[in-house]
Design a protein around this ligand. Structure first.
Ligand code: HEC
Ligand code: HEC
Ligand code: HEC
Length: 103
């Protein structure tokens, strides 16, 4: 239930972003399963934050990512959170910043 609720909260903030007039197409929040705990990935928030630079995560055309998995995720997602600051913001680097604790 916790995951569902936080997705809803993210969904609402995503709607606010959308109505602020950002262009582009892409999913809202994507659920990525992982044994360490499911990840509620705020996709729309990221694509907006990264100014529609899809190539930060999509090696080719935006869509399914065949490389998706622990190695890719920790290199791509955690790598940016550790090394890059965007609009003076940084993403979470601790495990449970991404993986939700199983209930
Ligand atoms: C910060 C990383 C990141 C950025 C930036 C990003 N995406 Fe994604 N996107 C993902 C991940 C992770 C998935 C899930 C891939 C999978 O399930 O194989 C995904 C999936 C998608 C999907 C497929 C959804 C589905 O379930 O079939 C589309 C379409 C998509 N992205 C479009 C875009 C577009 C368009 C942009 C640029 C405007 C973009 N993405 C930018 C990470 C990103
Ligand atoms: C920035 C976000 C992020 C952080 C922080 C993070 N991970 Fe991950 N992790 C991911 C992504 C993305 C995947 C790939 C999920 C998928 O393929 O569905 C993943 C996958 C995994 C997997 C593989 C799960 C499976 O079922 O195969 C394990 C285990 C894991 N992470 C453990 C950890 C541990 C331990 C930490 C803390 C030291 C951590 N993660 C921190 C994003 C993160
Ligand atoms: C190029 C940089 C970059 C990449 C790649 C990236 N992130 Fe982030 N992420 C950020 C930044 C910056 C924030 C902080 C946003 C904020 O504070 O508003 C963030 C925030 C987050 C949050 C916190 C949720 C929130 O609403 O603030 C999660 C969870 C997250 N990222 C997961 C991921 C996952 C999973 C991936 C890979 C599929 C990923 N990120 C890829 C930069 C990135």
């Amino acid at each position: 239930m916790k995951t569902v609720r936080s997705s809803l909260v993210l969904g609402v903030s995503v709607l606010l972003f959308a109505s602020a007039g950002f262009a582009g197409e892409g999913p809202d929040v994507i659920t990525l399963p992982a044994s360490k705990g499911v990840i509620a990935f705020p996709h729309w928030k990221h694509q907006t934050l990264l100014k529609d630079d899809c190539s930060k995560c999509h090696p080719g055309d935006p869509g399914k990512i065949t490389e998706l998995g622990k190695e890719w995720g920790h290199k791509t997602c955690r790598g940016c959170h550790q090394n890059e600051t965007i609009d003076s913001k940084k993403g979470p680097t601790v495990c449970f910043g991404c993986h939700k604790r199983p209930e």
